[in-house]
Design a protein around this ligand. Structure first.
Ligand SMILES: [Zn+2]
Length: 463
């Protein structure tokens, strides 16, 4: 939409007069800019409300005596009927032309369908801002923040509902993707119209615990009072080298040691509280959307729970599998802690075995653990861990090939989705609420938020 800037400037001058009058009327010795700003913001909100009201009351064109009903019958002009919407300017009550009297019993307000309005509800523009606060903060806290930004109040329940509606839209988009990628014919049809896949694509999967409050008697019985559930989180991403001027001190150190520093880009997150099998379908579907099924090289970096490698092996058998470097090293640290009381011996063992791991001499690491098996339970348990993951720990080869070897992307993803939102103080979740809020958050983190906002404004109107 284009608008006439000269007319807008006129309105600005008028508004300035209004505010100047108000300042004079106060008779105060000094008025600070903050006060002026506040009066202007409130005034602009009033201008917006009254303009919106006027547009909605006059926006359906001429009043007809009779119009066609969706059922094919006739609707007669009845009268103006009041409706309410919540907009970014606050509550707007408008009296719009209303038609009724069809045999099917449905009435119609043309202005509502013309602008995609659901009377009594929140506009898509306001819903987007409300949900944005709900994915960042506890709903009650989000409500308080919104009041500062919007200058009017919405309820905690509205924040929850709008946030979860965005999650629901994300879930629908994922469900559609799952459906088309489970169907071989649809998949082939899709592939022909897809943009080229990146040459090298990464994937990571992890899980984090979410506390669920069993609310209903039934839930308590069926879930056996199990209150911790795994939020499974996945991410697709690419890597790029960090330009020299953007390198942090830590990264400069890393370059000294490792020659190159990579960072993730184009992260696409997805999550669910589901069994591994169901999550696998989401992995495959989101993977197809970013070209994981067509890329030349696919690399998975994970911390290595068995269900994760099983899913990867099932859906992407040709992918390169890497155990996250930091998890593999952290285990050595914990073994050293447990096995040595002498700091010097501990340090020497750790340095040696870390260097072996770095150079992909996993057999030597296993041997080093074998020596400690009598002194440390963890060392004993780890024999199997390093033996099972030997091929996934060829770090020297992976580094030579220029791959990332750390799963920082997924660690950060779990932190952002679970720790920084679902674990905020005062949070009480059922599974549905936790999943929808988390899914809405992944849409924001993946840069897909505005797709959901458009999808929301295109939602079919409730009857
Ligand atoms: Zn009808």
């Amino acid at each position: 939409m284009k608008y006439n800037i000269e007319k807008i400037n006129e309105i600005g001058k008028l508004l300035a007069e209004v505010v100047e009058d108000a300042i004079k009327g106060e008779g105060q010795a000094e008025v600070l800019i903050g006060e002026v700003e506040m009066v202007l913001r409130e005034s602009l909100r009033e201008v917006g409300r009254s303009a919106l009201k006027s547009i909605l009351e006059n926006g359906a064109g001429e009043v007809e005596t009779e119009i066609e009903c969706a059922c094919g019958g006739k609707l007669k002009y009845q009268r103006r009927r009041a409706a309410t919407i919540w907009s970014v300017f606050g509550k707007v009550v408008y009296r719009r032309v209303y038609y009724a009297g069809c045999a099917c019993g449905q009435g119609q307000a043309p202005v509502d369908s013309r602008y995609g309005i659901e009377p009594g509800k929140v506009t898509a523009g306001l819903a987007h801002l409300i949900a944005l606060s709900g994915i960042q903060k506890a709903f009650e806290e989000g409500r308080k923040w919104l009041k500062e930004y919007l200058l009017f109040e919405v309820s905690e329940n509205t924040v929850r509902a709008e946030t979860q509606k965005m999650g629901e839209l994300q879930r629908q988009a994922e469900a559609e993707l799952v459906q088309t990628t489970q169907d071989e014919f649809e998949l082939q049809k899709r592939e022909r119209s897809q943009p080229p896949a990146p040459d090298l694509l990464y994937g990571s999967i992890d899980a984090a615990k979410v506390r669920i409050e069993p609310r209903h008697e039934k839930e308590k019985a069926t879930e056996d009072r199990e209150i911790w559930r795994d939020m499974k989180v996945g991410c697709w991403y690419e890597a790029e080298t960090v330009p020299q001027r953007q390198q942090s001190v830590r990264q400069k150190d890393k370059i000294q040691r490792e020659g190159v520093v990579l960072r993730a880009k184009n992260q696409q997150y997805f999550c669910d509280i589901e069994k591994a099998e169901e999550f696998g379908k989401l992995l495959w579907a989101t993977g197809c959307a970013v070209g994981a099924d067509r890329t030349r090289l696919l690399v998975f970096i994970c911390d290595g729970a068995l269900w994760i490698w099983n899913l990867i092996g099932h859906y992407f058998p040709n992918a390169i599998q890497i155990v996250d470097w930091y998890h593999a090293v952290d285990r050595l640290k914990r073994i050293a802690e447990e096995a040595f009381s002498n700091a010097q011996e501990r340090q020497a063992w750790l340095e040696n075995s870390t260097e072996d791991l770095w150079q992909a001499r996993v057999e030597a690491v296993i041997e080093a653990c074998q020596h400690l098996a009598k002194k440390s339970n963890l060392a004993k348990q780890s024999l199997l861990y390093y033996a099972n993951n030997m091929e996934r720990m060829r770090y020297a080869q992976f580094r030579a090939a220029g791959y990332l070897i750390g799963s920082g992307v997924i660690e950060s993803g779990c932190k952002q989705i679970v720790a920084q939102r679902l674990k905020l103080p005062g949070a009480q979740w059922n599974v549905e609420g936790a999943v929808l809020t988390a899914k809405a958050r992944t849409a924001w983190m993946s840069g897909n938020w505005h797709k959901l906002v458009s999808a929301r404004s295109l939602l079919p109107l409730a009857a």
